[in-house]
Write a protein of this length. Sequence first.
Length: 65
Amino acid sequence: MEFKVSEEAGRKLIGEMRLEKGDRIKIFTKIYGGIPTVFPSYYLGIMLDNDETAGVEEVIDGVSF
């Protein structure tokens, strides 16, 4: 599996979430049955997280995704 956050997407999230250098964003999938999506029963979650044990990491403008 490959994980990639484009600079454009990263900067958009940085602006919208008012992130600062050193912040860490966790991006994950979660099983859920109530939201119709392209992949039924799954949704994408995004949260501010200080866990430094991420298996994959992209850094954009000092923010880790």
